[in-house]
Ligand binder design. Structure first.
Ligand SMILES: [Zn+2]
Ligand SMILES: [Zn+2]
Length: 231
């Protein structure tokens, strides 16, 4: 029995079908639900982009803006825009709508698949950069820091470990100063959130000490953490 697409009248000996409709019509219907504009918050100073939530505006037919969760790993709010990360930040969750997409910023295109057959689609979309100054840039000049990593051990090894840690942490954080002492090196760190994860990942056991170090202007208490590692 030949299937006829109820939308365009093509038959299934000419074109493949996804359920009731032909593949062309299925794609057309999907495109109506795809966002036509994506808003990304961009720091004018360091060109990091804000992770977490991305604003996506749907097609002209339903112009209301909607916020989608994306799948950024790591938990930093502002991240460097290199190609690898850019691919990650543009994976948006469209699970509720039954499809997911990946934004190709070079070509301003969504790529994705839908359905059990994993039928691919590509849809053009505009990216809109909302320019501002990120938390890393605004805080890094103010003397602010949330943690100190105390690296202790034989000095040559301490230096090697510090160089490695600074490179990794500094990518999406800031390091206001490094103090060399007789017993080792102290690395001052802007934001502490990612530190335990990074130290664990690098295979260092640490002792964490938390001290209350004054009230912030926004009345939140500022707790400074010390991470002691022996190498
Ligand atoms: Zn059709
Ligand atoms: Zn910045």
């Amino acid at each position: 029995m030949i299937r006829i697409c109820p939308r365009c009248g093509k038959s299934d000996d000419k074109i493949s079908f996804v359920g009731e409709f032909c593949i062309d019509c299925t794609l057309e219907k999907k495109k109506e639900k795809m966002p036509s504009e994506v808003e990304v918050e961009l720091c004018v100073k360091c060109e990091r982009v804000r992770s977490g939530l991305i604003n996506a505006r749907k097609s002209q037919k339903s112009p209301q803006s909607q916020r989608y969760n994306n799948r950024v790993r790591g938990g930093e709010k502002w991240i460097k825009l290199d190609n690898k990360i850019l691919k990650e930040i543009v994976w948006l969750e469209f699970k509720k709508k039954g499809f997911s997409g990946k934004f190709d910023a070079k070509n301003n295109t969504w790529h994705g698949t839908f359905g059990e057959e994993a039928v691919p689609y590509s849809v053009p979309v505009q990216i809109k950069y909302n320019k501002q100054v990120c938390q890393i840039c605004s805080r890094s000049t103010s003397g602010y820091f949330e943690a100190i990593i105390q690296v202790r051990g034989e000095m040559e090894k301490v230096k090697r470990v510090c160089a490695k840690l600074k490179k990794r942490i500094g990518k999406n954080n800031f390091l206001p100063k490094t103090v060399e002492k007789k017993e080792g090196i102290d690395i001052y760190v802007g934001f502490k959130k990612s530190i335990p994860e990074i130290l664990n990942d690098e295979g260092y056991k640490f002792v964490r000490t938390v001290t209350l170090s004054g009230e912030r202007r926004d009345t939140k208490r500022l707790y400074r953490d010390t991470f002691l590692i022996r190498v």
